[in-house]
Design a protein around this ligand. Structure first.
Ligand SMILES: *Cc1c(COP(=O)(O)O)cnc(C)c1O
Length: 382
């Protein structure tokens, strides 16, 4: 009944965990969900207010423009300039997205022909892989290994693959490993992309969730990056706006143009009132951003200290709201935590085969719940 394309998608492993979770909930277990990458904190009130007043204005009730309102793109340009010292032309180098997932899901349509390769980090955000498969491209998994600080070894990618590769997906600060990338890494990526004529798509969804004074860079700050690629960004994680569906793609003009062309044929843009709210977010007070990182930092400290006390070798992440922990078998570990302690974590295999021996904790729950989860874990023989 279904297309070969749909049948080619990998099984959705998270669904199995969801089922096990539902079973626990039905039994009346007080489940602590550390599985989801969705902030528990609310969207700051001034952003909600901007939406409400914009929603009341009939001028905003029509089809939006495909690329996003000029004012929104200017706010993005100003934010990139302020935050990363990156200069972008709002006309040609920025386009609005319905969240960065929208951009990631559609970019292969613009650059990938059937049979050409897309270089996809493994473990990684699952959409890099599925969007490649939808475009009938071939996925080449670039392993993110702990011994390389979860940075890919680009030189290890076979020549035959690189010759047929069109896109390279990257994501730092990284989901699920919580690794960060230094600017020198991005500079190496630019050289590699130039040499092999690749389009780089850097996913920077977590640039504003960081700790201990660390500030994540933009790929676009690397010398020459504007000639080889784009950055997908989003308001979802920065301003607790996952439900709002707004993000942006920024960078090389030709790449933005290709993405716009695909999207023009798929959707009709982001609700203007949501764009007005996004302008309020990007141009308004940024205290909530720092405060959210402080909240996550406290949770991170508690969780990492607790896990270390139990003998788990976990790194202290500098960014993202994830803790990535090595275990013997991530799926068995997640199943045991759920069945024996009512705690949901995500098995690393859900992010790719190189995630098999890991589990991901999302610190998107208050400290008392994380403390409770640790207490329950201490009662198990893990
Ligand atoms: C959350 C997330 C996204 C998607 O965010 P949007 O809500 O679609 O903007 C993209 N990439 C990674 C790695 C994420 O974790």
């Amino acid at each position: 009944m279904y297309s070969k394309r749909l049948d080619s998608l990998p099984p959705y492993l998270f669904a199995q965990i969801d089922e096990l979770k539902e079973e626990q909930v039905r039994r009346g277990v007080d489940v602590i969900d550390l599985g989801i990458g969705d902030p528990d904190l609310p969207t700051p009130p001034h952003i909600v207010d901007a939406l409400c007043s914009a929603a009341r204005d009939p001028a905003n009730h029509h089809y939006p423009s495909y690329a996003g309102m000029r004012e929104f793109r200017e706010a993005v340009a100003a934010w990139y300039r302020r935050r990363f010292s990156v200069n972008l032309d709002p006309e040609t180098e920025i386009t609005a997205l319905m969240g960065s997932k929208d951009g990631i899901a559609h970019i292969p349509e613009a650059f990938v022909d059937p049979g050409s390769y897309v270089l996809v980090p493994d473990p990684g955000y699952p959409v890099y892989r599925t969007s490649t498969l939808f475009a009938e491209g071939r996925v080449y998994e670039i392993p993110l290994l702990e011994e390389n600080d979860f940075l890919p070894d680009l030189a290890a990618i076979p020549r035959a693959v690189v010759k047929k590769a069109r896109l390279l997906f990257l994501n730092y600060p990284n989901n699920p490993t919580a690794a960060t990338a230094p600017m020198e890494f991005f500079e190496g990526v630019v050289d590699y992309a130039c040499e092999h004529d690749l389009v780089v798509v850097h996913d920077n969804a977590y640039s504003e969730v960081s700790f201990d004074g660390y500030r994540a860079p933009s790929f676009l700050s690397a010398k020459g990056a504007m000639e080889v690629g784009i950055e997908m960004h989003s308001l979802s994680k920065t301003y607790n706006m996952t439900g709002w569906r707004i993000g942006m793609a920024c960078g090389r003009m030709e790449v933005i143009k290709g993405l716009r062309q695909v999207k023009t044929n798929v959707d009709s843009g982001v609700f203007n009132a949501v764009q007005h709210a996004a302008i309020a977010a990007l141009t308004g007070p940024q205290d909530s951003v720092r405060e959210a990182s402080e909240v996550y930092q406290e949770r991170r400290n508690l969780l990492v200290a607790g896990l270390r006390e139990m003998g788990f070798p976990v790194a202290l992440p500098q960014a993202t709201f994830y803790v990535w922990m090595g275990v013997e078998n991530g799926f068995d570990f997640a199943r045991r935590l759920l069945n024996e302690a009512g705690i949901v974590v995500t098995p690393g295999i859900g992010f790719g085969k190189y995630g098999e021996k890991y589990a991901r904790f999302a610190i998107t729950r208050p400290v008392d719940r994380i403390g409770e989860a640790l207490d329950r874990m201490r009662g198990l023989d893990l």
